[in-house]
Structure formats: C-alpha cells, structure tokens
Design a protein around this ligand. Sequence first.
Ligand code: SF4
Ligand code: SF4
Length: 207
Amino acid sequence: MNTLSEQFLHRIRDAHKRRKLNFWERTYLPAIVQGLALTSRHFWRNLFLHIAHRFGLFRDVPAAVTIQYPDQQRKTALRLRTRHRLTRREDGTPRCVACMMCETVCPARCIYIVASEHPDPNIEKYPKSFDIDLGKCIYCGYCVEACPEDAIRMDTQRHDIAAYSREGMWLDMKELLRPGQRQVKEPPEKFVQLSLEQLRQLPKDKS
Ligand code: SF4
Ligand code: SF4
C-alpha cells in the first residue's frame, strides 16, 4: 500500500502531465457561455411548459424534473417494500391461515392477530382480526418472508404513512384487505373482528 507521501508525489508527477490550456480556455469565457446557454435553455423550456400547463396544453410533458407530489406519484421498483396488504381468496376471504408466523418473527412486535376456526376442514384457521401498528414497524419485510401462504405482501406502492396521530398509522383489517380506503382523518377500527361472511362481503376493488 502506498504511503501518504508517495501518493502526494504521484499527484505532483501527474499534475505535470496535464494538457496545457489554450488562450481561450484560460479566460474561462467559453465554459461560462456554455454553462449560461445550458441553464437558459432549461429555464425558458420549463417556463414555457409551466405557462402552457396553465392553459391546459402539453399536460403530458413535465415542466421540471421535480415530481409534483402528491398530485404525481413517483413510480418505484416493484421490489421496494411499501405499505402492507393482505391477499384474498377468490371468495374475498383472506389467504391468511392465522399461523402466527409473521406475528412471531416480527422484531418490532407490531402485528396483532386473533385466530378463529375455519369451517372448511382443509383450512385450519382464519384471522378474525389482523392489525399492524405502522408507528412501530421498521419495514424489515420479515413478515412477508415468513408467510407460508403468500398472504401478506408489501407491494401496495403506497408510501404515504404520515398521519396526524399515532392512531392514524394503525392498519386495521379492513385497511389491510383494501389498502388506501381509509381517509387520512378517519380513525382506524382497532382490533375489529370480522366473521367469514363479513370478510366475503368486503368489496374487492377501490370504490
Ligand atoms: S415489516 Fe418487519 S417490523 Fe414491519 S410488520 Fe413486518 S415483520 Fe414487523
Ligand atoms: S404468516 Fe401469513 S398465514 Fe401466517 S399469520 Fe401471518 S399472514 Fe397469516
């Protein structure tokens, strides 16, 4: 490994190898003009587009690289861990069999499940209630990895976990089955218990 003094000597030696600047380059004027031209081009282009957007023109051409959140949502990689959801069977009931693997593995202890017997002998149990306290969640994704039924995923592409209170960060079962349904100021239905019939009746798509 080179010592510091050797590295310093290398730098001095390389400095002598640098190309000599010509007269115009030494004045820095061409570089200044180039910089101003580039900045001006972007300024006038963006100004024109901002004005055009006001009149409803060129709406699909962005006027800046800035994403106008929350009107525009940034597209993120599908593998990014975003807000949780519970996947559902054809009949609308959760795929979850209340095995408690996710609750057990969760390092933040923020998953709360109440299990109930399932009338179908092929399915041992189902979650009567399923809650996640996002205020404690560290987004590690262990719950998704541990699930043997692909019943919990973090692929909603929802990043908006901010709320007016800690209560607002609570994901109740209805919200987990239908992400994005609850309004920001609407309180969660903590530990809400739903029967299989009520779970079947929950609409599947966003209303
Ligand atoms: S992402 Fe991690 S901390 Fe959050 S609920 Fe899942 S296991 Fe718990
Ligand atoms: S690990 Fe999967 S099946 Fe088991 S309780 Fe959690 S979500 Fe349900």
